[in-house]
Design a protein around this ligand. Structure first.
Ligand SMILES: Nc1ncnc2c1ncn2[C@@H]1O[C@H](COP(=O)(O)OP(=O)(O)O)[C@@H](O)[C@H]1O
Ligand SMILES: [Mg+2]
Length: 299
């Protein structure tokens, strides 16, 4: 009797956990959509501010050239001393020399700022792939990795130095936004695994008619007894609020949909390496539910 009740309570608590985690992942998906929408909206004004800054720079250069030309004939005002005095006063008040320098600095800074915003928006767009949602396209995985890195940079920068060893890989037929999701999960997990400071190494290359991408960290590693559970939905060793246990299971199913494979090698205390292998072309009828290619086993 007592046992039955605890089991029921246990099951109920688990169900509540699962519901919370599902809500969390639903929330993340809507945030992604929101970000994509905002990025799209911001893109247009950024475009014209950026281009206006270019024109303004040119106009200011022209204006200053005119002012300099006037300055050169200033001495000709000798026979109109009061006009010359007024002119000098106006110049002094405007602090023309300082103004020239500062305008240049301000313009540079503004352009730099807007270029940065442009890049963030581009990264957000690349990351969420607005417009090309769910379409199989030939895409460059390095580009996906780069935009994902910019998106998660805030989570990584205090934990790890990023080292890259990119191979020469062809574009592959894929769902780029979903693969970005995989990269994001691997990168964030790597950062979480590093306690103080470490290195995350990203490598890529070609193998067996496909490409592989590796994310390796110098973190705490995965205990041997957990190695075959990490891809299970809701398996997490992280405290509530930090981990949902969904990252790797979602990644696993995305990779499977691509007829690829995901492998892990880990050594407690030394670090972990995840390797994703993906075929260059999808077999016909890429529904993703077909039988995986021979390469798709998991270690
Ligand atoms: N790079 C890694 N280093 C150490 N442990 C890892 C790493 N990646 C995943 N794990 C382990 O696998 C578990 C499941 O990962 P994941 O599915 O992403 O869920 P979450 O990160 O929310 O816990 C983690 O809780 C952690 O124990
Ligand atoms: Mg995770």
């Amino acid at each position: 009797m007592m046992r039955g009740r605890t089991e029921l309570e246990d099951a109920y608590r688990k169900l509540q956990d699962v519901q919370g985690q599902l809500m969390q992942s639903e929330k993340m998906a809507s945030i992604g959509q929101l970000a994509a929408g905002v990025a799209h909206e911001i893109n247009n004004p950024i475009g014209y501010v950026h281009s206006n800054l270019g024109s303004l720079q040119k106009y200011l250069d022209d204006l200053f050239a005119v002012v300099t030309a006037y300055e050169q004939v200033e001495s000709l005002l000798g026979q109109h001393p009061e006009a010359l005095a007024t002119l000098r006063l106006v110049k002094q008040k405007a602090d023309l020399e300082f103004l020239k320098e500062d305008v240049a600095a301000l313009m540079n800074e503004s352009r730099e700022g807007i270029t940065r915003v442009k890049k963030i928006v581009q990264d957000l767009k690349d990351f969420s792939h607005v417009g090309s949602d769910e379409e199989w396209v030939f895409a460059d995985l390095h580009q996906g990795m780069e935009s994902t890195l910019s998106i998660v940079w805030n989570e990584l920068k205090y934990k790890a130095e990023i080292s890259k060893d990119y191979g020469d890989i062809p574009n592959i037929e894929c769902l780029p936004a979903q693969l970005n999701q995989v990269f994001m999960n691997l990168l964030v997990n790597a950062a979480h695994a590093i306690e103080e400071r470490g290195v995350i190494t990203i490598r890529s290359g070609t193998l067996d008619g496909g490409v592989w991408v590796e994310v390796a960290d110098t973190g705490k590693g995965i205990a041997a007894e957990n190695l075959n559970r990490i891809f299970d939905p809701f398996f997490t060793t992280k405290p509530i609020g930090k981990g949902t246990g969904l990252g790797l299971s979602v990644s696993y199913s995305i990779v499977q949909k691509h007829h690829g494979s995901i492998n892990v090698a880990s050594e407690a205390g030394r670090g972990t390496t995840f390797r994703v292998w993906l075929p260059i072309r999808q077999p016909d009828g890429k529904d993703g539910n077909g039988t995986p290619l021979p390469h798709a086993d998991t270690v």
